[in-house]
Design a binder for this molecule. Structure first.
Ligand code: ZN
Length: 293
């Protein structure tokens, strides 16, 4: 099954919902960054939620979510946009712990329970929108729930889960975001709370082969949901050799000469996707000639 997400409304438009299957996207991140199981879950949950938040944007707007706790994983960064492209990385990919007392990957231990979650949105305006909240549990889903309530004043339920195979590849990954629109009555909210409290683990639902459509159906029933859009989701980075060349060009002639003299070339690794770019001595010479200073 290819990764995709759905945008929907339910309960006569009183509720906005997103559901996503992201197994391949998270697997691509795992493969690129060589994340161990607990780190894969932490990064995967963050990327899964970020992909859905990207779908809330329009046009070429984009966002960056950053979870910076006091745990051994360091920072978790995920970028997403309105087209379903998402990319991400963690400071320390080699983090793994025993399962927690619930038998789940111990994401909170990897992330830490103190720190901040921030979201920066590039909406094409003069200034970016920035929202920041403290980490509340380090389990990611709860942290984004808190973010939506406190930074965006939108009561939300956020679920994201990742299951990892014994060989560390990703078995299943997915998530949902359910948001209550202004004017929703108490009855709708209560019905929703009940549903979500008894809701099975989202990663289990994905592993069992449930599609995003089926996840929405389980949340709202068949009659109450209207699907407004479907978006393919993939791990996609924006780096390129041209961007690396531009960055090197900006360093100036002396610095480029240093690279030629000392390293006989240059190597740059993209944080987001771990792609390695090489520039030969020859290529550096060419760049040096068009450098401004
Ligand atoms: Zn990249």
């Amino acid at each position: 099954m290819k990764d995709y997400l759905l945008k929907a409304t339910a309960y006569d438009g009183k509720v906005r919902a997103y559901a996503i299957s992201s197994t391949n996207t998270v697997e691509e991140a795992r493969r690129r960054h060589d994340t161990w199981a607990t780190a894969s879950a932490a990064l995967g949950r963050t990327m899964t939620i970020s992909a859905m938040m990207g779908a809330m944007l329009k046009g070429d707007n984009s966002l960056t979510a950053k979870v910076e706790g006091n745990g051994p994983i360091g920072a978790i960064i995920a970028d997403s946009d309105a087209t379903g492209d998402v990319r991400g990385y963690v400071t320390n990919p080699h983090v793994d712990f025993d399962l927690n007392e619930k038998g789940k990957l111990d994401v909170a231990r990897a992330v830490g329970t103190e720190g901040n979650l921030s979201v920066v949105k590039d909406l094409g305006l003069k200034e970016n929108f920035t929202g920041q909240v403290p980490i509340v549990s380090g389990e990611i889903g709860e942290d984004f729930t808190y973010y939506f309530a406190n930074s965006e004043q939108t009561p939300s339920a956020v679920g994201a889960g990742v299951l990892v195979n014994p060989d560390l590849s990703i078995l299943a990954s997915g998530g949902f975001i359910v948001q209550v629109m202004p004017g929703a009555d108490e009855k709708v909210i209560n019905r929703l709370e009940e549903k979500i409290q008894g809701f099975p683990a989202i990663s289990t639902l994905i592993r069992e082969g449930n599609s995003p459509e089926q996840i929405l159906e389980r949340l709202f029933g068949t009659d109450d949901v209207t699907i407004h859009g479907r978006l393919p989701v993939r791990f996609q980075c924006r780096c390129s050799k041209e961007r690396v060349e531009r960055a090197v060009l900006g360093m100036g002639r002396d610095e480029i000469q240093n690279m030629i003299d000392e390293d006989h070339g240059a190597e740059a690794t993209c944080h987001f996707c771990h792609e390695v770019y090489y520039l030969s001595e020859q290529e550096l010479e060419t760049l040096k000639q068009s450098a401004d200073h």
